[in-house]
Design a protein around this ligand. Structure first.
Ligand SMILES: [Zn+2]
Length: 406
């Protein structure tokens, strides 16, 4: 199995390298904005008929202007503008696909200085002891002592700034033996705001408190920033303090999500989650902050790739399935269930159960069609009277039927 993995390290650049990194990020941003303007202009000139140019054509055009108009670009690797134009092309492709399919994908936007500084490089990327060699930038020290990757072909390196720190993500193509599905059986996972994840086997993962405390601090810091005079040193300092706090919050959230998703993918052969329509939920103002904070999108994204790594299967149920309103013992459906009711009490069979656990158990039940219970066959596309169940990753050994613990 060929797997593309990314390994992230923190760079430890000296002052000269630091300004060189800034320069590269600047060139990438410039190329992106230049390309965007160029495309908009093309569109206007041709009265909307020719709307596409590709990244390669654009890069050639930019190169032809380099010597006369942008000679300072020679100080940086040619990959930085090239990859930026590729990103732009992708952004346009997504935008047009959105128009076709009715998804809401925004028109590509201009990048601002100092916001999401990053650039991508291809070419000679190599580790040399505790240093990394990057094209044009040379050898830069990395802070981590141990290198976690083993072998494989380097595809690219993306360098990003977060607050005042620089990170490099190295994308590596690695060959792994096909994984055996883990022996843990099927579990349902209910995602929530108070409890991050409730697993149908009884395990729960709390949302870290450290996060909530820091969110309050975040508010305080952004208020303090808004009071500082524009262009002043104090404003810059306040900005950095805020950026550092954001990074901290991001790291805590990411750490929790990784722990949960790794646990799930490594120890269960099949994981059932609900397809939450997050964009709809984000419109609910009261929930919005809390949900964005939990990172539901990120949870699913991590689970998807980790399931492929560890040979487990991810099943996503349709969002019409009323997992929280249904009784997990007798199937009775409540008409309404307030968000504040933490315990599910069934008026038909008398079951009293934690609300989230009830939902998680229901998810397991809906993913198991009758045929599978009866003869233990692996069914590829599952349908149930309650809603269509879609499978995103179906990697199962043909002669191993999943063991079920329900
Ligand atoms: Zn019941």
């Amino acid at each position: 199995m060929l797997v593309t993995k990314a390994y992230r390290y923190e760079l430890d650049p000296n002052n000269r390298q630091r300004s060189h990194l800034h320069q590269h990020a600047g060139v990438a941003r410039f190329a992106y904005n230049w390309g965007l303007e160029h495309r908009i202009q093309l569109f206007k000139d041709n009265h909307g008929t020719e709307r596409f140019t590709d990244a390669m054509k654009q890069h050639k055009f930019l190169n032809s202007l380099k010597e006369s108009q942008f000679p300072w670009m020679y100080q940086c690797s040619k990959c930085a503008p090239q990859e930026a134009l590729r990103d732009l092309h992708r952004a346009f492709k997504n935008f047009y696909r959105g128009l076709k399919t009715g998804q809401r994908v925004g028109f590509p936007r201009f990048k601002r200085k100092g916001v999401r500084d990053s650039f991508r490089l291809t070419g000679t990327i190599r580790f040399e002891g505790r240093k990394i060699r990057l094209p044009r930038l040379g050898v830069i020290r990395i802070k981590e002592r141990k290198r976690s990757y083993i072998s494989g072909r380097f595809l690219s390196a993306t360098v990003r700034r977060r607050a005042d720190r620089w990170f490099v993500s190295v994308t590596v193509e690695e060959e792994f033996p096909d994984p055996e599905p883990p022996a843990g059986g099927t579990v349902g996972v209910d995602l929530g705001v108070k409890t991050l994840a409730t697993v149908s086997d009884g395990n729960t993962f709390a949302n870290p408190r450290a996060l909530r405390r820091r969110l309050r601090k975040l508010k305080q810091l952004s208020r303090s920033l808004s009071r500082k005079r524009k262009g002043s040193t104090n404003r810059e300092k306040a900005k950095l303090r805020l950026a550092k706090m954001y990074l901290k919050v991001f790291n805590i959230r990411q750490d929790t999500l990784h722990k949960v998703t790794t646990y799930l993918a490594k120890s269960h052969s099949r994981i059932v989650i609900e397809d939450l329509n997050v964009s709809w939920m984000l419109k609910n103002r009261r929930l919005a902050r809390a949900i964005a904070d939990v990172g539901f999108y990120e949870f699913r994204r991590q689970l998807e790739y980790k399931c492929k790594w560890y040979g487990s299967e991810l099943v996503v149920t349709s969002r019409t399935f009323p997992s929280s309103k249904m009784c997990s013992r007798c199937g009775h459906r409540k008409k309404a269930l307030l968000l504040s009711q933490r315990e599910y009490h069934c008026e038909v069979c008398g079951l009293r159960i934690d609300r989230d656990l009830n939902a998680a158990v229901n998810l397991v039940a809906v993913s198991l069609p009758e045929t599978q219970n009866a003869c233990g066959e692996d069914v590829r596309l599952l349908t149930s009277p309650l809603g269509v169940v879609e499978q995103t990753s179906a990697k199962q050994e043909p002669n191993i039927s999943p063991r079920l613990n329900v």
